[in-house]
Design a protein around this ligand. Structure first.
Ligand code: ZN
Ligand code: ZN
Length: 322
């Protein structure tokens, strides 16, 4: 029933559609970055498995499998980005922007698992010491692969920051862990060559593993915060309060029950607007629309819903809590 009501109300409201589209910009399609990540994964898989085939190295083969994980993650990111920009529909009336958190959490978990494997095998090497593999063809291949992953990872992290895309940030950080691993291998081999202390190689690997573990943990934490409707960061809340305070300044109107939440590429806000009892609906609504316009000016991704209330009615204050 609720679904049917929803559809008809959207249809009835269709003349308002233009106003809504005019205020809120449509989310940007970022899937080209996921395609870039898919391309990087395919190139590194071909590179590593080709080298494994040429040399018969088991190490390179397991390296190639690591790139298969990158490919799976990049495909997951592509799906999440495509779903996240789908317009609202009758059973997801707030849109689909939270889809990004699923792929970000997935990346976080995979990074976490990879870090545990790195640390486990490093501890094993401390217990059963052996010389690190020589700087050879295999290392050269993984350095080239890391340069590719590092470059793409950098682009993804930058775009993720600019567009506030949890998916792109997570995939970028995932690719960067590949760089951390390769750098650790080179430093480890170099230190052993310089000092002849075999234990330095696994110690460097453990440090890299802890760094990667931390990256994975941060991704899991930030995506679960998004899924838990975390409030906007304090600096954004301050901007919002600044706008509301400007409207409060003449003492005539007030706001309460102001709530914000992150939702991927969208941000939602609700508030009650308290106006003098004698104001007409038209006057109060004009004011509310002005407030929302100012809010969207300082926070372009914000979607605001406002509830008008007469200031001196006690019932206006009974609904502050959720
Ligand atoms: Zn309105
Ligand atoms: Zn209220």
């Amino acid at each position: 029933m609720a679904r049917v009501t929803n559809v008809t109300s959207t249809e009835k409201a269709s003349p308002m559609r233009e106003t809504i589209a005019g205020r809120y910009a449509a989310p940007v399609d970022l899937s080209k970055f996921a395609w870039l990540s898919i391309a990087a994964a395919v190139v590194t898989i071909v590179l590593k498995s080709g080298a494994a085939w040429l040399t018969g190295s088991v190490g390179l083969l397991s390296d190639a499998l690591e790139s298969v994980v990158n490919l799976v993650a990049a495909i997951f990111a592509l799906v999440a980005l495509k779903v996240s920009i789908k317009p609202p529909d009758s059973n997801h009336p707030f849109g689909h922007s939270k889809a990004e958190y699923f792929s970000a959490a997935f990346e976080g978990i995979m990074i976490f698992v990879a870090a545990v494997v790195i640390i486990y095998s490093a501890v094993e090497r401390i217990l059963n010491p052996r010389m690190p593999e020589q700087l050879g063809f295999g290392l050269l291949i993984s350095v080239v692969a890391s340069l590719i992953n590092g470059g793409v990872g950098f682009l993804l992290i930058r775009a993720g920051k600019q567009r506030r895309s949890a998916t792109l940030s997570a995939d970028g950080r995932h690719l960067m862990t590949d760089v951390v691993t390769s750098v650790a291998v080179i430093i480890g081999v170099g230190l052993v060559a310089l000092t002849n202390l075999q234990v330095l190689d696994p110690i460097v690997a453990i440090l890299a593993g802890i760094n990667i573990l931390w990256t994975g943990w941060r991704l899991i934490r930030s995506s679960s915060e998004g899924l838990m409707d975390i409030a906007l960061p304090p600096e954004d809340e301050a901007k919002i309060e600044g706008v509301l305070d400007r409207f409060r300044a003449d003492g005539e109107i007030d706001f309460h029950a102001v709530r914000t939440r992150e939702s991927g590429n969208r941000r939602f806000m609700e508030m009650h607007v308290l106006v003098p009892d004698e104001w007409s609906v038209k006057r109060a609504h004009d004011l509310a629309e002005d407030v929302i316009d100012e809010l969207v000016k300082v926070e372009p991704d914000l979607r605001v819903s406002a509830h008008l209330e007469p200031k001196s009615d006690p019932r206006s204050y009974e609904d502050i809590d959720i």
